[in-house]
Write a protein that binds this ligand. Structure first.
Ligand SMILES: [Zn+2]
Length: 271
């Protein structure tokens, strides 16, 4: 729909100029590392932002044996980035490459600065019920799909005291309708991404009961980048706790996620 395309372009220009002015610390590093490659073929590559959850002073969930979520998320994101780059079809941008704390808002700003076409936040949860295990995927929604997911969003949002890009932060002249159009298109694409993840990961690893859920995750709040958050498994479950640190298991997760990202671009943005 041409109207939406124009609306998105106006929105992007306006948001880029104002709402995320004053680039956050760490962006210069990301640019240096992830500088787009030269050449005709390189221009065809899709830019995918991968966001390893937590880091630095924020370990995320900690398992009974003392395994940190932040370690699992970084290792798996790096492996996924490696596989995506190796395919020759993607440039992977990581919101952190080391064990450092990065505020949620800066993660979104980095993805936007790198002109990412997709944002995937990678986590590994711990649940009160130790019997629950498997992968789950989350998209942004003002209303949480269930109480468990509302609680998860609180856990995932608390490592930051500044909310993401809120409507109130965006320039007034953009107008609610324009923003709503852009958000609606982005939300539809985010749902396509979540469905692709459920389909591909369901063939590779165990899934949590009702594997696609929604809530108000700060890190998924970009109005212009289709986004999803994946919980690779439950560190509270002994079997998931055993598997998640294994490089072979991380490779399997990454292979299925790479297939889901391929499926997403085929479905959402046909060539
Ligand atoms: Zn997390």
């Amino acid at each position: 729909m041409p109207d939406i395309t124009i609306a998105r372009r106006v929105l992007l220009a306006a948001v880029a100029g104002t709402a995320v002015g004053g680039w956050p610390i760490g962006l210069a590093d990301a640019r240096k590392v992830d500088k787009p490659k030269k050449g005709h073929a390189a221009r065809q590559r899709r830019v995918v932002a991968l966001d390893p959850g937590h880091g630095g002073v924020d370990p995320g969930a900690v398992s009974a044996r003392g395994i940190y979520e932040k370690t699992i998320t970084l290792a798996t994101a790096r492996e996924l980035a490696r596989q995506l780059e190796a395919s020759g079809r993607f440039d992977a941008v990581l919101t952190r490459r080391r064990d450092v704390f990065v505020p949620l808002r800066d993660r979104v700003a980095q993805a936007r600065a790198q002109r990412a076409e997709l944002f995937l936040s990678i986590h590994a949860d711990a649940l009160p019920d130790m019997s629950m295990r498997g992968l789950s995927v989350y998209t942004l929604s003002e209303q949480a799909s269930d109480r468990q997911t509302a609680a998860l969003a609180v856990r995932e949002n608390k490592d930051d005291f500044v909310a993401g890009l809120r409507l109130s932060r965006e320039p007034r002249e953009i107008g609610a309708i324009l923003l709503d159009l852009a958000r609606r298109q982005t939300n539809n694409q985010s749902l396509t991404l979540a469905r692709a993840i459920v389909d591909e990961l369901g063939r590779a690893v165990p899934l949590l009961d009702k594997p696609h859920r929604a809530a108000g995750f700060t890190v998924l709040s970009a109005p212009d980048i289709p986004s999803a958050l994946v919980e690779l498994g439950c560190l509270s479950n002994p079997e998931d706790e055993r598997l998640l640190p294994l490089p072979a298991y991380q490779r399997r997760l990454a292979r299925a996620l790479a297939r889901a990202i391929d499926d997403y671009f085929a479905a959402a943005l046909p060539a």
